[in-house]
Design a binder for this molecule. Structure first.
Ligand SMILES: [Zn+2]
Length: 60
């Protein structure tokens, strides 16, 4: 896979937001373009996620 940073739908060039989609006993980690909202799923599977997140530091 080549670099995935520019949205092929709208041309936004500064990367993507991520989201987690439950699939059976795991989650897919997928991407959303912050400009046009198009989602992309490469099948990246994450196992062992907590059912709820733990808040970390706030970055400025
Ligand atoms: Zn886009």
């Amino acid at each position: 896979m080549s670099e995935f940073r520019t949205c092929p739908c709208c041309g936004y060039r500064k990367g993507f937001h991520i989201f987690f989609k439950p699939v059976k006993d795991a989650h897919h980690m997928a991407f959303i373009c912050p400009q046009c909202g198009q989602s992309f799923d490469f099948g990246l599977v994450i196992k062992g996620l907590r059912s709820k997140s733990v808040r970390g530091p706030i970055f400025e």
